[in-house]
Design a protein around this ligand. Structure first.
Ligand SMILES: [Zn+2]
Length: 204
C-alpha cells in the first residue's frame, strides 16, 4: 500500500502508539487533532517529552521519579526515617500524601510482582529496598494494591522485612478488590492507612 500521508505524519502516528492503551486508530485521531486544532499544545508536548526523557530519572533511595540524585521527599530532612511506606507507583505516593498525615519515607516499586510478565524482585528494586531495611527503618508499611499481584508483592516485602528484623504492616482493606490505590478516595485511603495491621495477622 502506497503511503497516503507524509512520512512525518505516519511517523507521528507510530510514535503516539508508545502511549499505553493507544492503538493505531486513536493514535491517528490524536495526530489529526493536534495538527488541525492545537499546534501550540503540540509544541508544548514535544518540548516536555524531550525534557522529561532527558532529565527525569529514578531517585537513588526510593526509586521515585526525580531530577537530582534524590527526589524531593528523600531530600527533605524533616521526615522521619523510622517508617517506610512501600507502594507500587508514584501515583500512590501522591494519593497518600494528599489523604494522610504520614510523615515518614517511601519506597516506590514501580510495579508489582508478576512472574508471567517477567517482573520479579530484581525489576522492583529488591536490593535497593533491602539496603533501606538495613538502616534506621523500624516499620515497613506495605501499601500495595488489593490485587492478587499486590498481595503476592506484600507477602514478599513482609518476608524481606522479617529477614532484616523490621516490623511489617499492611494497610487495611477498605480498598476495593482489584482497585489500584490511586483510584481510592481520600477518606477510604486515610482509614485504610490508620487501620494497618501486621502482615502476619492479615490472613491473606
Ligand atoms: Zn526518593
Amino acid at each position: 500500500v502506497a503511503e497516503l500521508f507524509p512520512p512525518a505524519l505516519s511517523e507521528l502516528i507510530r510514535a503516539l502508539q508508545a502511549l499505553p492503551g493507544v492503538g493505531p486508530k486513536s493514535a491517528q485521531r490524536a495526530a489529526f487533532h493536534l495538527l488541525e486544532r492545537d499546534r501550540e499544545g503540540m509544541n508544548r508536548l514535544a518540548g516536555s517529552l524531550e525534557r522529561a526523557a532527558t532529565d527525569i530519572r529514578h531517585c537513588e533511595r526510593c526509586r521515585m521519579f526525580a531530577v537530582d540524585r534524590l527526589c524531593t521527599l528523600c531530600a527533605n530532612p524533616g521526615r522521619n526515617e523510622r517508617e517506610l511506606v512501600v507502594v507500587e507507583s508514584p501515583a500512590d505516593v501522591a494519593a497518600i500524601e494528599a489523604a494522610t498525615s504520614f510523615h515518614g519515607r517511601y519506597f516506590v516499586l514501580m510495579g508489582r510482582l508478576s512472574p508471567l510478565d517477567g517482573i520479579g524482585p530484581g525489576q522492583l528494586g529488591g536490593h535497593v529496598l533491602e539496603a533501606r531495611l538495613g538502616g534506621e527503618v523500624e516499620e515497613v508499611i506495605v501499601a500495595t494494591g488489593a490485587t492478587v499481584e499486590g498481595e503476592a508483592t506484600a507477602h514478599w516485602i513482609g518476608e524481606l522485612a522479617r529477614l532484616h528484623g523490621v516490623r511489617a504492616s499492611r494497610i487495611a482493606h477498605g480498598v476495593p478488590v482489584g482497585g489500584d490505590l490511586e483510584y481510592v478516595d481520600g477518606n477510604t485511603l486515610a482509614r485504610a492507612f490508620a487501620g494497618r495491621r501486621g502482615v502476619d495477622e492479615s490472613g491473606g
